[in-house]
Design a protein. Sequence first.
Length: 138
Amino acid sequence: MRPSPRRRTVEHILIAGETEDLDAIQQVLCLLPAHTFGQVYVETDEGVQLPALIAPARVTITQLRRPASTRPEPADQELSAAPVTRGVLLAQAITGWTAEWMPDEPDAEREFTIWIGGRASDQVNGLCRRLAAVPERL
């Protein structure tokens, strides 16, 4: 029987922020090793186009577009989108990512790095406090 090759520790990353954080997000992305796996979430106003961000091949960048205001539909319909408070989409994305990728028990073959901007939001700040309370998972 052939011994299995030694597995390299996989670094999982989550980077989350807003338009104002783009320079910092790009700086963090430039520091990541090529084998990094993870997700970048950037919450923006609806009409904003993200610039091209340079990231390792296995890091996905997702723009979370916050509707600017309600848009009227035809007269017999209700409004199509309620205004979304700044940080809500980002907080939902962070919550979903951590629920999916961060196991309840630490795994020696997984390293997690999380960088979160968007600090103007009470929801995002609350998530940061909760994540900081469990450093053994990071």
